[in-house]
Design a protein around this ligand. Sequence first.
Ligand code: PLP
Length: 389
Amino acid sequence: MKVPFYRHSLDAGSATLVADVIESGFLTSGKRCARVEEQLRAFFGVSHAKLTSSWTQGAVATLLALGIGPGDEVIVPAMTFVATANVVKQVGARPVFVDVDPLTLLIDIALVKAAVTPRTKAVIPVHLYGQLVDIAALRAALRPDIRIIEDAAHCFEGRRGGRRPGTGSDAAIFSFYATKNVTCGEGGAVITNDAELAASLNETVLHGMSATAAQRFSGGRYQHWDVARLGTKANLPDILAVLLEGQIETVDDRLERREALSRRYEDALADTPISFPVMELGSASARHLFPIHVPDGRRDWVMRTLNDQGIGATVNYRAVTELSLYRNDALVSQGSFPVSREWGEGTLSLPLFPTLQEEEQDYVLNVLRYQVLPFLDSSATDERGVAAL
Ligand SMILES: *Cc1c(COP(=O)(O)O)cnc(C)c1O
């Protein structure tokens, strides 16, 4: 049997929607984007939403809009996808890494507090694997002038204490990349309740220009535009935006499926040397990925065993602080991120997507049960396992 790592849920109906945009003659950001932005404002209960070409470009545009740049520090977790740190470097600021909690793998708020300096301008907490960081607790731990920008690339539909991303922070940024829970191939969005940030963002997503393509030709007459600040090119075209509307309407239905499949993995792997992130009470994860941790340096062997049996498995993630670009940075190498390192050296992600069939999942579990677990030393102490007790 072959079990892919991910299978998207777009269908022939999506092709019709794209064809409609092509026929309309207007391909870039216009009415279709505006409709999805309206939908995002309603879904998250926020006053502003901007579709972007990716999480990465949305984050660069947000940092530029907040005036964050050379001389500034931005605190990020060491356990995340590299983009979280790269965007800080891209605007000329310095990413300051902190370690994560050993049970949830979410940024450790006490360590964030300890890492704050007079140069700290922002923190980018990551809702890793779909579970939300406690934004209220983070806010309470920080100076009021420090911005909180949520990396919600894994967490469109997750909640914490009933609250969705974008509440209690300055902005939340989503990714609609090919394997994310809501996708249009490549895309993203920034949401905020800050009117000033939203106004700046309208410019920084489009070179810093004071008028969008739609506005420049509104009323059938060309309008002049100015550039007063530096921006990037981060807008999403209508031709991709049309793929999002239907997915956002039904995202909560697919979450039930993700949750059921995740629980099946958790039940089957309980009381084995394999561990997985702990879900906090009152938290409803978006269940973007199902990462596991294999003890004793056996991760790469388990990956190969799964791959050889036709199972798609990937690594999300090795610690950013272990990647050459960052590890070779003198300021980074002085730090210590033992939890991120240990998790990153032992983790791999199993297939998880709404159309994963139970027979497919059973096949994955049987390969683990009969070809992996008998060869893992069950008496070996997985440091995470011990911590979990
Ligand atoms: C995917 C991802 C990103 C980057 O998203 P893009 O849309 O590909 O730019 C950022 N942060 C995390 C945690 C991600 O998983």
